[in-house]
Design a binder for this molecule. Sequence first.
Ligand code: CAA
Length: 241
Amino acid sequence: MSRVALVTGGSRGIGAAISTALKDAGYKVAATYAGNDEKAAAFTAETGIKTYKWNVGDYDACAAGVKQITDDLGPVEILVNNAGITRDAPFHKMTPQQWHECIDTNLNGVFNMTHNVWGGMRERKFGRIVTISSINGQKGQFAQANYAATKAGDIGFTKSLAQEGARAGITVNIVAPGYINTEMMSTIPEKVMNEVILPQIPVGRLGEAEEIARAVKFLVSDDAGFVTGSTLSANGGQYMS
Ligand code: CAA
């Protein structure tokens, strides 16, 4: 029987590539999204992947959403914590709101989702959790004190849960993308992209969402049972940790 995979932020960008790759690999996939109904409907029409709308920053909404997906598809055996936002600003200009929005989605969202599937995974003695961190959680980034803090937090969270999940057959891992060719890049001024960021990437290009999806596909597979607590960097050589 094919396993059920839940991908947060799974209807756009890297998340859409992950949802599609997992569906193509034979998983039953549910994708969540927070706001863009039009994109989500188009994604479902194109791929046949069902989408569910809620804010991962809301614990009760996560609990209800996981229950709905369980009713529709079966117990969630694979969770991909992909939903993430940026609210870039140099720190002297960063507002408490920009700080809290990042924490709510990128870090509290990971707690809220993982907590709501963890018990079932422990009972069934199987689980795969992959959280999408970022190169900027590993190295820090100008104008991203908020985002980098959450993405570094995701790594500490993952290393801790990997230890707790090990004896219950649950692996917990990170994929840390570098700069990937998605809509998120459109917030970066062209001058900064061309003069600051691209020259730092040894392969000389942005990554593609499908390249991240292939890394996730490996980590959620039954074959990856001995890989846990790891951070798989996919950044074109921009940062080697
Ligand atoms: N590295 C170094 N310098 C940077 C920089 C960067 N990444 N981004 C901006 N700067 C510089 C600018 O060139 C500018 O310098 P000058 O004054 O010498 O021209 C200065 O910082 C901008 O200062 P301002 O006070 O004018 O900044 P602002 O209030 O207008 O904010 C900004 C602009 C939000 C910082 C904007 O430049 C920006 O978005 N920069 C990109 C930040 C970035 O790299 N974010 C990563 C997004 S990708 C992502 O998050 C996905 C992932 O996981 C990899």
